[in-house]
Ligand binder design. Structure first.
Ligand code: GLC
Length: 426
């Protein structure tokens, strides 16, 4: 076993808190939604029962209406802010009140296919399938009530790309006047220059205060929110997840469910198609309140390749865009275009590289036939991890590791993206 694989497994074991894996100790002391999906794909490479446990513990937090929250506050209290007292949700297990990009179905399908113990994988997937279906239905009900095909993201944290410059203008509509006092703990764990600003935190909490005052009722949130954007992480990842759910439905679902998923796929493919920008050379998010595209070239704009809905012409235009970005940075894929004035190589989602984004983007390009570019992204990812270690994110210019260390999804990507472990294995 290579040293990289050994080190990556050790990280998952160290971050295991009894069936769920914290992203990293200290900074993120609970279970995060899309982290759990990537993490399970890491566990499945060496401990299959533990991979299934990760999903089960995530789904303990599922709400009665199907929503799977972005944080499940299992376990002991910590100094994490905002904790359950701020979210004021009423679920039996304390959780946040918003969701996160739905990688779950893709991860479950992966584990179902990768599972060596046929009965275990079969039983667990059969139990999980209806819960994922309920969650995907929730996205439609709660985040696309008008059924246009694009999901609205109601909080920067829901996009998973919290501090992206794509949200600056839309987020400026949220008054930075929270009722809840701000008690940040993140900057006690990592340097303030790598984290969002205080002003960002005030708006983040103000939005939570508003939603808590509406008792997290999805229709009320939809009607009253000042922040509503169609984001490519959520939309492309859910499209991909629905394709994977359809594959699971062949085995575990009914004909009516398969039809429901297939017709949603048709609708979302054409809705996402409208987010294409020939001028930017990738897909752009959309402000659903201002009703205009958000001119922010960010790495999520390549995710329609992962969703499998970019045609050959778009794949080659996106590849050319990425090749251009590559001339300005040493390591792909920066989270914000290095050609954009808002690019900041060290600050949260404004420039740094995230390994799980690289995996999705590269796998999308590879599946679409752009294998050289996919290989370049993969070898850059391997180089970052082997030089800097398993950090939360990395500076695309220097390769320096940033944010939290000993990070679960970075370790999982190294485990579940096999050539990566081979390339970086000493
Ligand atoms: C940050 C990231 C988010 C992630 C969480 C835990 O908030 O922006 O995407 O899920 O950390 O890793």
């Amino acid at each position: 076993m290579s040293a990289t694989v050994e080190a990556a497994r050790a990280i998952l074991r160290d971050n295991d808190r009894g069936g769920y894996t914290v992203p990293t100790a200290g900074l993120y002391p609970y279970q995060w939604n899309w982290d759990a999906a990537f993490v399970a794909m890491g566990w499945i490479t060496f401990d299959e029962p533990r991979a299934w446990r990760e999903f089960e513990r995530l789904l303990e937090g599922q709400w009665a209406d199907g929503m799977v929250p972005h944080i499940i506050f299992h376990g002991p209290k910590s100094d994490y802010f905002p904790g359950p007292d701020v979210w004021k949700t009423r679920a039996p297990v304390p959780t946040s009140g918003i969701s996160q990009p739905p990688v779950l179905a893709t991860a479950v399908r992966h584990c179902w296919e990768a599972g060596r113990d046929g009965t275990l994988a079969e039983d667990r997937t059969a139990a999980i399938y209806p819960k994922i279906l309920a969650w995907h239905r929730w996205w439609v009900e709660a985040r696309d009530p008008e059924r246009g095909g694009l999901l609205g993201c109601l909080h920067p944290w829901e996009s998973g790309m919290d501090n992206s410059p794509a949200w600056d203008a839309a987020f400026a509509r949220v008054a930075p006047t929270p009722a809840t006092p701000i008690r940040r703990s993140d900057t006690g764990h990592v340097g303030a220059d790598m984290r969002p600003s205080d002003d960002f935190y005030k708006r983040v909490i103000a939005l939570i205060d508003l939603y808590a005052s509406l008792q997290w009722e999805p229709r009320a949130l939809w009607a009253r929110t000042p922040f509503k954007v169609a984001d490519l992480a959520i939309n492309a990842i859910l499209h991909r997840a629905n394709r994977d759910l359809l594959a699971l439905a062949e085995r575990f679902g009914t004909a009516a469910e398969r039809e429901e998923i297939a017709s949603r796929l048709e609708l979302t493919a054409s809705a996402i198609d409208r987010l294409w920008s020939e001028a930017a050379g990738l897909y752009l998010p959309f402000d659903l309140i201002a009703k205009r595209p958000i001119e922010a070239p960010i790495s999520a704009g390549f995710l329609p390749a992962w969703a499998g809905i970019a045609d050959a012409a778009r794949i080659s235009t996106m590849a050319a865009t990425l090749e251009r970005w590559a001339k300005k940075v040493r390591y792909l894929v920066p989270s914000t275009s290095p050609e954009d004035p808002r690019f900041e190589p060290r600050r949260y989602w404004r420039g740094p590289v995230w390994c799980m984004m690289n995996m999705m983007i590269a796998e999308g390009f590879r599946a679409a036939g752009a294998s050289d570019l996919a290989a370049r992204i993969k070898s850059d990812t391997a180089a970052l991890v082997s030089r800097a270690g398993f950090h939360e994110y990395f500076d695309p210019q220097t390769g320096v590791g940033l944010g939290g260390g000993h990070f679960s999804w970075t370790a999982s990507v190294a485990l579940s993206w096999p050539l990566l472990s081979a390339a970086s294995g000493e």
